[in-house]
Design a protein around this ligand. Structure first.
Ligand code: GDP
Length: 296
């Protein structure tokens, strides 16, 4: 279910409840079940939906509803605040400081949009006066270095990589060292992906992370992966210390639910979303407007 449809389904469930002459436990439960179905169809993880349902039941006071207060509003507000709570892990991610070298490592499966997002992230900061640089430590996918090189050249961002070297750790270390010497303040390391979650990938991520000691590891996730989001995010979190999440492909048929799962699994905030293939189709993520959009 795409974002706009989710809002519509929730509104309909609330409307049906408002139409009932008496709001009792049964009517409220039916309404919450309807909302839960809508959230599940939008790829919010089952456990998160169940917890959300229980929390809303605790928050919403049936006597208030029966007394004729605006029922829709009371429940809508409870859903809003519960969704915001899931998306806010309670602590902000590490924020690089302009003028002080930070290493930011990107991880994610192949096709998630990692390489594209590295450039978008670099470009976003470059426009604000930073000196970013890109390191291609993806030696797994043929063409990865060419893609990064092409993107970097277009955005006029310095880059480092190799056609010959097959050791991603060596390239990552050399690239980070080079750009530290050149006084870059945002050194972005793009890493390999695989089509599936594989032990070899996680071991490689662990090694690159150990060698480059990133200040921040960003997990990049395709918004269309559905219910797989939680497990995928958790698998990356187990091998490297993911500190932030970027959700890509939020344009088109994007489902919002995966974002909630990724935050819950990594206990890290979403910091940006990708909204298209172009370099500037990239938005700072803000919890409240996102949830408002989700609810329609
Ligand atoms: P990687 O294998 O994870 O490095 O993924 P890529 O950066 O090569 O991206 C895979 C595909 O997704 C490419 O065709 C990108 O243009 C596309 N892509 C990346 N981010 C977005 C996005 O936010 N929206 C859309 N529509 N496409 C995206």
């Amino acid at each position: 279910m795409v974002l706009a449809q989710l809002g519509g389904s929730i509104s309909r469930a609330l409307q049906q409840m408002s139409n009932a002459t008496v709001i009792d436990e049964k009517v409220l439960t039916e309404c919450l079940n309807e909302i839960a179905r809508a959230l599940l169809q939008s790829d919010v993880q089952f456990k998160l939906v169940r917890d959300l349902q229980n929390n809303i039941k605790k928050i919403v006071n049936l006597d208030d509803l029966a007394a004729g207060h605006n029922k829709r509003k009371i429940i809508q507000q409870a859903i809003f605040s519960e969704l915001c709570k899931i998306l806010d892990p309670g602590k902000p991610s590490f924020t690089p400081k302009k003028g002080k070298a930070s290493v930011v490592m990107f991880v994610g499966l192949q096709g998630s949009g990692k390489t594209t997002t590295c450039t978008k992230y670099a470009f976003h900061h470059q426009k604000k006066g930073w000196k970013p640089a890109l390191v291609c430590a993806d030696t797994f996918r043929a063409g990865a270095f060419d893609q990064l090189k092409q993107n970097a050249t277009k955005a006029k961002i310095p880059f480092y990589g190799s056609y010959m070297e097959s050791d991603p750790v060596k390239i990552a270390v050399e690239g980070v060292e080079r750009f530290r010497q050149e006084n870059c303040d945002l050194i972005i390391v793009d890493t390999s992906g695989r089509h599936k979650q594989e032990a070899a990938l996680f071991e490689e991520m662990r090694q690159v992370s150990e060698a480059t000691k990133p200040d921040l590891v960003i997990f990049v996730m395709d918004s269309s992966i559905g219910q797989a989001a939680f497990d995928q995010a958790q698998a990356f979190k187990k091998s490297v210390s993911v500190g932030a999440v970027i959700i890509t492909k939020m344009d088109g048929h994007a489902k919002g639910g995966g974002a909630l799962s990724a935050v819950a699994a990594t206990k890290s905030p979403v910091i940006f979303i990708g909204t298209g293939e172009h370099m500037d189709e990239f938005e700072v993520f803000d919890v409240k407007p996102f949830v408002s959009r989700l609810l329609g």
